[in-house]
Write a protein that binds this ligand. Structure first.
Ligand code: ADP
Ligand code: ZN
Length: 432
């Protein structure tokens, strides 16, 4: 039932006691870094001690900007010699961010990953194909070491090359695979082009999907296409990568591992905790990292705690699927819009394909939201009055959801340009 029973079902009181102990240890470690060494609240907390986990609110937040400004060594809390790996973001929008790991950190990460997969029903009898990019992206190696720790036969396939992915699946009888959700529609198309049906022609029973926002409707589609259960995996490189929060077989929110992280959800404006169950920004503190502890990291991811206990018995709280990143939100005609609201509408309609994008443009001095939507082949060939009806229907549904009337452009399957890696959904070309 559990990978580490004693930790996974620890009662709240003892879980918080463990968090306080680990937080103190983390602070004592963090203060060795040049960044946290300069923060008076950290030194003060070390001196006066912490009695309850809520006191974490007395410490300042850490932001992506802070990580960038002190790039590359400012957050390193050990001797360089102790560090055995780094992962880093691409840095297209400024200095990259980097995270360092020593041996302990890598082992603890692999353990969280194994625990997460086990919770989703993966066992050492499974053949696990990882279709994430290896390299600096954490989805490759992060899964790799977790899968090995769990004891599956691992296939480090890496990203892309769908024909080869399919061949690997069939040659070795892959039962579980991991990929970003936006890739799976494409993979399915290649199956079809090859005259294959993943439901019949593979042994897949589970897909692990994550690394980018997606809706419940999108998950259900993936389950349907592949004839599997699909589990949501959440993580970010600043907190290791995958293995931070994961769905158990109940598929009812993601358990966020509270022995490894202190988890807060705050109002991004007031910076105060939101009321229980309300959506806010996820803030996380590492509790078991030595080379680079990060304290009260503002993830910019929006979610909420789900109320109640999980039937699986794990006591670590569950978060809802990520509604989006605060920086994904755009303002259109005075309304705040999240791409996931639009995806939710699109994926409910069986005629709509798996790819879409949102173009924000200025047309005749007016800002417009154009939603390009791929229509599935059978329907796209169909008669024009059908497409006309679909277009009108989508305009209504989206307007009701986001309060902005969109323009809808229905396009052929496969015609939306693919982005490398994670899907980019919004292109803002408005005249400012
Ligand atoms: P980058 O910022 O370059 O994408 P990461 O690879 O660390 O860097 O990605 C982490 C981010 O990916 C998270 O902060 C979150 O926005 C997104 N993410 C990861 N997993 C999920 C998931 N299951 N659902 C929604 N978003 C996710
Ligand atoms: Zn559960």
């Amino acid at each position: 039932m559990y990978w580490e029973k004693e930790l996974e079902v620890l009662d709240r009181k003892n879980l918080e006691k463990l968090q306080v102990e680990r937080l103190m240890k983390t602070l004592r470690q963090a203060v060795n870094s040049s960044y946290y060494g300069r923060i008076p609240e950290i030194s003060k907390a070390i001196k006066s001690g912490i009695n309850s986990i809520d006191q974490i609110r007395e410490l300042p937040f850490t932001t992506k900007e802070n990580l960038r400004n002190d790039f590359p060594w400012g957050f390193l809390s050990t001797d360089k010699r102790e560090v055995v790996r780094l992962h880093s973001s691409s840095g297209t929008t400024g200095n990259p961010t980097v995270v360092y790991h020593n041996r302990h950190d890598l082992d603890s990460w692999a353990n969280l990953m194994a625990r997460s997969l086990y919770a989703a029903g993966v066992r050492d009898t499974d053949v696990f194909q990882n279709m994430a990019g290896y390299g600096l992206f954490t989805g490759g190696l992060g899964f790799q070491y977790g899968v090995e720790k769990l004891g599956c036969l691992s296939i480090p396939a890496g990203a892309g090359n769908s024909l080869r992915q399919i061949k690997l699946m069939r040659d070795y009888g892959t039962t579980v695979a991991h990929a970003i959700p936006s890739y799976l529609g494409r993979l399915f198309d290649v199956f079809k082009e090859e005259g294959l049906d993943p439901r019949k022609d593979t042994k897949l029973h589970t897909l692990v999907i994550g690394a980018e926002p997606h809706t419940e409707e999108h998950r259900r589609r993936i389950e349907e296409m592949f004839g599997v259960k699909a589990y949501n995996s959440f993580g970010l490189s600043e907190m290791n990568g995958p293995g931070v929060a994961f769905e158990c077989t109940e598929q009812n929110g993601l358990h966020i591992w509270e022995d490894a992280y202190v988890v807060e959800i705050i109002d991004p404006i007031t910076l105060q905790p939101v009321a229980d169950g309300e959506i806010g920004e996820l803030v996380m503190t590492t509790l078991d990292r030595v080379a680079m502890p990060v304290i009260r990291y503002r993830t910019r991811d929006l979610t909420r705690f789900l109320p109640g206990e999980c039937k699986c018995g794990r006591t670590h709280r569950r978060i809802d699927r990520i509604a989006g990143r605060s920086d994904d939100m755009f303002i259109m005609k005075g309304c705040n819009v999240f791409p996931m609201q639009i995806e939710g509408v699109l994926m409910k309609l069986p005629e709509v394909g798996d790819d879409y994008r949102i173009l924000l443009e200025t047309i005749d001095d007016q800002d417009e939201m154009i939603v390009e939507v791929e229509v599935k082949k059978d329907w796209f060939k169909g008669d024009l009055s059908f497409l006309d009806k679909l277009q009108k229907h989508l305009i209504h549904l989206i307007r009701d959801e986001v309060l902005v009337r969109p323009m809808i452009k229905l396009v052929e399957p496969g015609s939306i340009p693919k982005t490398e890696g994670k899907a980019v959904r919004v292109f803002d070309r408005r005249k400012k």
